[in-house]
Design a protein around this ligand. Structure first.
Ligand SMILES: Cc1cc2nc3c(=O)[nH]c(=O)nc-3n(C[C@H](O)[C@H](O)[C@H](O)COP(=O)(O)OP(=O)(O)OC[C@H]3O[C@@H](n4cnc5c(N)ncnc54)[C@H](O)[C@@H]3O)c2cc1C
Ligand SMILES: NC(=O)c1ccc[n+]([C@@H]2O[C@H](COP(=O)([O-])OP(=O)(O)OC[C@H]3O[C@@H](n4cnc5c(N)ncnc54)[C@H](OP(=O)(O)O)[C@@H]3O)[C@@H](O)[C@H]2O)c1
Length: 279
């Protein structure tokens, strides 16, 4: 969204040239292509991908908007896979948030800034080889996995991929359901993914088929019995975790209790973690 320019007695929209003139050097300025609102707290958008911008599925980048004269940036997982010609993001709307109070208003044709260097630990390279890959997410923590479940490399490296997504309410799960539908209908992903991908959505504050925090469902074994898979085994299972700081800690403790060892880009391991937000 481009802030309107103020004159003494009325407000006029800035011209594209005026907006362009303010954009800081050394960042990409991309065009919003589509916006979809899910709830009053969640939306996704797609924008153009800069020529020459490379990233690994699961990484995040700093995206931003000009707010007045200044750019405001925040970390965002890239939700689209590395092969996609466009970039997708899944976003929270924080009331009065320095970035998202403006970002939630973007429309096709608006400009979004992006710093040039993506990074992150939720990448396939940070995991040692295994058979079954668990992706544990809460809230917007599903974003990096939206990228990875649409990347053919995930299915080359793993026989089975399990995406868990836990939110407070059913309405907040919709992005995950849409992703599954998109994969099922996709011209080449549908066949490649086949029945290797399992989606396990749960909610904590409403009635639903699957209820409870993922940590409780791991501890009481319901996750495994619902999916018909054995309990966590470091010989075959690998994990990726993305959620709040508390969720990361509690899930990490359970994976460690099961004998899995944390990895990183420099030292691949049996599971990796990344915060979905600070706080
Ligand atoms: C590595 C990393 C990747 C991230 N990826 C995403 C992403 O893909 N999508 C996304 O929406 N956000 C993501 N975030 C959070 C994002 O950077 C911003 O915090 C968010 O966009 C809100 O920005 P803001 O300026 O409006 O408010 P901020 O001042 O940044 O946040 C204000 C408060 O809102 C809450 N909050 C912030 N982000 C979230 C969130 N995502 N879910 C729930 N509560 C939140 C926290 O309590 C925070 O203290 C990521 C953060 C990190 C560290
Ligand atoms: N979601 C909303 O409707 C809503 C509305 C207004 C404001 N907010 C604020 O926005 C912020 C983020 O909310 P959010 O709903 O996106 O994220 P969140 O509070 O992290 O909750 C997302 C999901 O993760 C679960 N969870 C929380 N802590 C966990 C842990 N330690 N281990 C395992 N699972 C855990 C939650 O279960 P529980 O339900 O059991 O906590 C919930 O199902 C919070 O500060 C919140 O107060 C949220």
């Amino acid at each position: 969204m481009n802030a309107p320019a103020k004159t003494d007695d009325f407000v006029v929209a800035e011209t594209p040239a005026q907006v362009q003139a303010k954009i800081p050097d050394g960042v990409y300025a991309e065009t919003v292509l589509a916006v979809e609102h899910y709830t009053d707290r969640l939306f996704r958008f797609r924008m153009t991908r800069p020529a020459g911008f490379r990233f690994r599925s699961g990484e995040f980048a700093m995206i931003g908007l000009m707010v007045g004269e200044k750019p405001v940036y925040r970390a965002y997982s890239i939700a689209s896979p590395a092969w996609d010609e466009e970039l997708e993001f899944f976003s929270i709307k924080v009331p009065d948030g320095p970035l998202t109070s403006h970002l939630q208003m973007i429309k096709p044709g608006d400009t979004v800034l992006m710093r040039k260097k993506p990074t992150g630990t939720l990448v396939l390279d940070a995991l040692t080889p295994g058979k079954r890959l668990y992706m544990f997410s809460t809230g917007t923590g599903i974003a990096p996995f939206a990228s990875l479940i649409r990347d053919p490399e995930t299915y080359e490296k793993f026989d089975e991929v399990i995406l868990t997504h836990t939110c407070r309410d059913v309405a907040e799960l919709k992005y995950g359901f849409d992703l599954m539908e998109e994969i099922r209908n996709h011209e080449f992903l549908a066949e490649l993914v086949g029945d290797k991908l399992k989606h396990y959505p749960t909610v904590t504050r409403e009635d639903f088929k699957y209820r409870g925090r993922i940590t409780d469902l791991i501890e009481n074994g319901k996750l495994f019995s619902d999916l018909g898979v054995p309990a966590l085994d470091p010989a075959v299972d690998r994990g990726m975790i993305c959620g709040s700081t508390a969720m990361l800690k509690d899930t990490k403790d359970l994976l460690e209790k099961a004998g899995l060892v944390e990895g990183s880009n420099n030292k691949p391991g049996e599971f990796v973690i990344e915060r979905a937000f600070v706080g």
